[in-house]
Write a protein that binds this ligand. Structure first.
Ligand code: UDP
Length: 438
């Protein structure tokens, strides 16, 4: 009998990467693969016990940031320290597994960690990127570093200029990953360098496990034949009504079907107080019940209309998003368009108002609005980028009361996503084919 396949997943410690890594580990374990996840002590500390799949081995390493990024440290330093300490930890795991006569068959690594492919190669082990954003983002980076830099930079003085890259939908500045935006802050050049490292490494080791399913980006994944995309998603928990927080669940149960606007900006985005006030004013204007996650308790307390807001909706600092999205009372998701949030709404069939902040979110908004047609995108004030209350209201109304097409599309994509996730669905077949090649 062939021995069990053995895979090492090296994950960036951020929630947006570690959670999909755990879900990938779960899928692999279920089909008999032996899986180890390697990340920093900080990353491991933040894993919720109930999300750890049975049989998973976790290999944490110290990177000097056990309590996460402190205000005195730059993000750049944190990423560099993760890389230098992580390289040693991964090398050690690979050589000790080989020395014990049970070498790893594959190393899978997340975004920001292109160095892993080189460490794996030095130990004679194959590697694949686990890309937790849509494929189109990698394609855009590929084109930027391979002949299209001038075209993309050319949109600097002309935000409406159409950027046509082979095989991709026509884009404008607002649709680009923020690290390519002409208005990016200087420190983001560091992330651009990391994107470049990924592209260079992928030219040598081109396998990419991507958190989408075949139909979601059927054109984009064919645009560059050098890259070998393996759609294995959407890796998101399904439904999970059981995890609904008591007070939130009770409140949602009292609301009519598809009536609630759910508002959340993920785990990282920081909004100004002025912007938070505008969102509050938009929600009030809409007159619709809402569930609003404001992570920063101080901001919630400072809201000038907090008393009226609390009469119309509910404000919390966290909720079980997957459970909220799958509750039948939820009718619209006002989101920053993070990839996990996008996929979670997609499998729940909830249409969106997208208010992108940075990184892949502008591109995700483009896909949601123009490609899948399951939502609208807010327009910000030109002078200062603030999205006014009346714009929030306009967009919420378009989704809640506009033409039914958006809701029908959301249902269509929900069905396709669930089809891909079934036993014997396309994502399971793709993952098995990847393993057969391991
Ligand atoms: N999330 C949640 N409850 C909240 C806010 C966020 O469960 O109150 C989860 C959400 O379900 C998603 C993740 O946090 O899985 C956010 O990831 P995403 O990629 O959307 O955004 P990021 O936080 O990386 O910007």
């Amino acid at each position: 009998m062939a021995s069990r396949r053995k895979i090492l997943i090296v994950s960036d410690p951020g929630q947006g990467n570690i959670n999909p890594s755990l879900r990938l580990a779960n899928c692999l374990l279920k089909i008999g693969v032996e899986v180890t996840i390697c990340t920093s002590v900080y990353g491991v500390k933040h894993i919720k016990k109930e999300t750890i799949p049975q049989g998973l081995t976790i290999a944490p390493f110290f990177d000097g940031h056990d309590n996460g990024k402190q205000p005195t440290t730059t993000l750049q330093q944190v990423v560099l320290d993760f890389g230098s300490n992580g390289s040693r930890a991964v090398a050690e795991l690979l050589s000790s597994a080989t020395a014990a006569g049970k070498p790893f068959d594959y190393v899978v690594y997340t975004v920001l960690l292109a160095w892993v492919a080189k460490v794996a190669n030095a130990h004679g082990v194959k590697s694949a990127l686990f890309w937790g954003q849509p494929a189109i983002i990698l394609q855009i980076y590929y084109y930027y570093f391979n002949g299209y830099e001038d075209l993309i930079n050319g949109c600097k003085d002309n935000p409406t200029l159409q950027i046509n890259l082979p095989g991709l939908p026509s884009l404008t500045t607002a649709d680009l990953p923020s690290f390519l935006s002409p208005s990016r802050p200087e420190e983001h050049d560091f992330f651009l360098q990391i994107a470049k490292d990924h592209i260079e490494v992928l030219k040598i080791f081109p396998k990419i496990l991507v958190n989408i399913f075949n139909e979601l980006e059927s054109e984009s994944i064919k645009a560059i034949d050098k890259f070998e995309y393996i759609p294995i998603g959407p890796l998101v928990p399904l439904d999970r009504k059981d995890t609904l927080d008591n007070s939130v669940g009770q409140w949602l149960n009292t609301q009519p079907k598809s009536s609630v606007v759910y508002v959340s900006f993920g785990t990282l985005a920081v909004l100004s107080m002025e912007q938070v006030e505008e969102i509050g004013s938009g929600l009030l204007k809409s007159g619709r019940p809402f569930l609003w996650v404001i992570r920063d308790g101080e901001q919630a307390r400072k809201l000038s209309k907090i008393d009226v807001l609390k009469k119309q909706g509910m404000i919390v600092n966290w909720c079980s998003q997957v459970a909220v999205l799958s509750h039948e009372a939820t009718g619209c998701f006002l989101t920053h368009g993070g990839w996990n949030s996008t996929l979670e709404a997609l499998v729940a069939g909830v249409p969106k108002v997208v208010f992108p902040q940075w990184s892949d979110q502008g591109t995700n908004a483009k896909l949601i609005k123009d490609v899948w047609k399951t939502g609208v995108r807010v327009e910000a004030r030109k002078e200062d980028g603030i999205v006014e209350g009346k714009e929030i209201e306009r967009c919420v109304e378009l989704v809640m009361a506009g033409d039914r097409e958006m809701r029908r599309n959301a249902e269509k994509w929900k069905d396709l996503a669930r089809e891909a996730l079934k036993d014997g669905g396309s994502s399971a077949i793709n993952l098995q084919a990847f393993l057969n090649d391991a």
